[in-house]
Design a protein around this ligand. Structure first.
Ligand SMILES: Cc1cc2nc3c(=O)[nH]c(=O)nc-3n(C[C@H](O)[C@H](O)[C@H](O)COP(=O)(O)O)c2cc1C
Length: 212
């Protein structure tokens, strides 16, 4: 089983709550299933560029016109996508490690998504719309935040967005371990909240470890 771990957090592991959740998750996963192949991708070590019009032409040109032949500049603009999307195409499980920033995901993660969830890689366009070309089954979110977001909270700009993005390519199984209320000044129980999220991360890892 291939697990792609995408890290969208510039903080070092020692001071990052979401990276601590990731440590819990991957320790359990590799203990329970030593055969799992984990590919760690730290977006801050290899930053995705924003999509340009040349890259858009490269991604969507063949959808509009099967005879589309990219210009050199269009091909160059798609370098990041061409070098990095395959890791997601090959993944059975995607794990995203991230903090909540401004009620949403860090923009570097959205930039990565814009580069890799493109036609010709994760899907093709058929007469009835998106035809997935990947075998991704589950997306796991390992998240940390200072606020406590309620179920269906209008301020939660993270999980509805990620559900919509992965639903677009046919992945509806989103598992979440979320350490919320991590501002210990405002939340006396931040440590307990972290421990609950760590337990959720370990439980999700145990389930993933069982997948064949
Ligand atoms: C730029 C920035 C924006 C933030 N915005 C939010 C926010 O909108 N909601 C929230 O709950 N926490 C917010 N936080 C707090 C972080 O989500 C929180 O401290 C989290 O635990 C950080 O995760 P980390 O320790 O893995 O970096 C923000 C932090 C930063 C640095």
């Amino acid at each position: 089983m291939n697990v792609l771990h995408v890290i969208a957090n510039p903080r070092p592991a020692e001071t990052s709550k979401s990276k601590k959740l990731a440590l819990e998750f991957f320790t359990t996963l590799t203990e329970k299933n030593p055969d799992v192949l984990v590919n760690n991708v730290d977006l801050y070590q290899n930053k995705p560029p924003f999509v340009t019009v040349e890259a858009l032409n490269y991604f969507w040109g063949p959808v509009a016109d099967p005879a589309y032949n990219p210009a050199k500049a269009e091909e160059t603009a798609a370098n990041y996508s061409n070098n990095n999307a395959q890791a997601l195409v090959d993944a059975d499980v995607l794990v995203l490690t991230l903090p909540v920033w401004l009620n949403s995901m860090p923009s570097i993660l959205k930039a990565w998504i814009d580069q890799v969830i493109v036609p010709g890689k994760m899907f093709n366009m058929g007469p009835e719309g998106v035809v997935p070309t990947h075998h991704l089954r589950t997306v796991v979110l390992l998240v940390s935040s200072d606020e406590i977001y309620k179920e269906g909270d209008v301020l939660d700009g993270l999980t509805p967005a990620l559900r919509a993005i992965f639903g677009y390519i046919g992945v509806d199984d989103i598992q979440i371990a979320w350490a919320d209320g991590q501002d210990s000044v405002r939340h006396f129980d931040s440590a307990e909240r972290f421990e609950m999220a760590a337990e959720a991360a370990r439980e999700i890892a145990e389930e993933i470890a069982e997948l064949s």
